[in-house]
Design a protein around this ligand. Structure first.
Ligand code: B12
Ligand code: SF4
Ligand code: SF4
Length: 320
């Protein structure tokens, strides 16, 4: 049977030149403990307004109905943190999360993985390879942890001990069986609770999120005409990652940042950021057509922008 180490040493160069910063391989199995956490999360209604989440649980937990039986998973990660982000957003009265300032990561990661998929199909013509970037209902953080890309932390993000947590994940499922020997990355949260203390909505308990309370969920997943306070965030929220010492200190000190132009701050954030709050439907479509927030329709964007305007007025009054 093929050793995962062997494949990694043969394909590592191609994976890196394709633009991926992290990679690993694991078995296509979701451990029982994770299954039970995910099931109890859904039973307790912690998925908020994401009604799509409990659908396809068969596929999510057992990889059934994919049209083939996956045996192994190649997990890939790309950094998205652009250091210029902090300089710009500290001068603006609203926030976009880092994941939303560049091109849609679903598109980018699919594009970057093309040469890898091509090579895999050339080498193993009798096997199947299927990529997912959120597109398959697969718990990607669990597979990334199983591939030794990091640990699932108290803020529920996957953290790599050197790179921090500002990276996207993509998986390639395959029926190619592999012998896998991974040393798990140990949980380095220790006694820290910075993320839990900083979350303004109380969405976090250690290792557990109530998505229905999370600003990211409100701004991107909730289609209701009104949503709870977003504390100045228009799209997503990064607070529990910003306060994390593995991003704020460790990765920052090492100068960890994205090398992908696609994920860097777009010029309009620099040039005329305040006009973003007053974009009309055409302007919104033009600026964000290829961004991850294009999943948000204009009415959601306008709702979030109005909420941010109110928030910054209120905040300004408090400060004066
Ligand atoms: C649903 C979803 C959301 C939801 C729920 C968030 C979440 N933590 O799951 C919402 C909309 C809130 C969201 C927000 C964000 N998301 Co999101 N999201 C997803 C998605 C589609 C599924 C994740 C999932 O299955 N969650 C279900 C819950 C149960 O999983 P979990 O919270 O991780 O729980 C695990 C552990 O915490 C633990 N656990 C759960 N309950 C309990 C209980 C106990 C007692 C214990 C001990 C443990 C435990 O077990 C679970 C399984 O291991 C994935 C893509 C994918 N297909 O996997 C992206 C993904 C997780 N998101 C991602 C990102 C970037 C974000 C945001 C940073 C975006 C933003 N800036 O706004 C925020 C981060 C918010 C946060 N603190 O997590 C990245 C994360 C990359 C990384 N390095 O971790 C992913 C992987 C997308 C990608 N392809 O890159 N997201
Ligand atoms: S993303 Fe924001 S709202 Fe959601 S858990 Fe983290 S800090 Fe709380
Ligand atoms: S802020 Fe602290 S507790 Fe939260 S994820 Fe980072 S290290 Fe873990």
């Amino acid at each position: 049977m093929l050793e995962s180490k062997e494949l990694i040493s043969e394909l590592g160069g191609l994976i890196e030149t394709s633009g991926f910063d992290l990679y690993g391989i694991c078995k296509a199995i979701i451990p029982e403990e994770d299954k039970s956490h995910i099931l109890s999360w859904v039973e307790k209604g912690k998925n908020g307004k994401m009604d799509w989440y409990p659908k396809n649980m068969d596929l999510r937990l057992d990889f059934k109905n994919l049209g083939f039986e996956p045996r192994s998973v190649i997990v890939l990660g790309v950094l998205y943190n652009d250091p210029e982000y902090e300089n710009i957003f500290k001068t603006i009265p609203f926030r976009f999360s880092r994941y939303a300032i560049g091109e849609d990561y679903h598109r980018v990661l699919r594009r970057l993985a093309k040469p890898i998929l091509k090579e895999l199909k050339n080498r193993y013509p009798n096997n199947r390879f299927r990529q997912g970037v959120d597109s398959l209902p697969i718990p990607e953080k669990v597979l990334a942890r199983e591939s030794a890309l990091g640990w699932i932390a108290k803020n529920t993000n996957l953290i790599h001990p050197e790179f921090g947590s500002y990276f996207f994940i993509s998986v390639i499922l395959t029926d190619l069986p592999m012998e896998i020997a991974n040393l798990p990355v140990k949980d380095r949260c220790g006694s820290c609770t910075a993320c839990i203390d900083a979350c303004p909505t109380g969405a976090l308990e250690p290792y557990r999120i109530d998505a229905g309370k999370c600003i990211s969920h409100h701004t991107l997943e909730d289609r209701s005409p009104t949503i709870p306070d977003t504390f100045g965030w228009i799209a997503g929220c990064d607070i529990c990652q910003e306060v994390c010492p593995w991003n704020r200190v460790k990765a920052k000190k090492k100068g960890i940042q994205t090398l992908r132009e696609e994920f860097k701050l777009r010029p309009f954030f620099r040039e005329n950021p305040n006009s973003i709050l007053d974009l009309d439907e055409n302007g919104f479509a033009k600026l964000f057509a290829d961004s991850a927030i294009s999943r948000m329709d204009y009415s959601m964007f306008q709702r979030n922008a109005n909420q941010c305007k109110e928030w910054s007025q209120k905040n300004h009054r408090h400060r004066s």
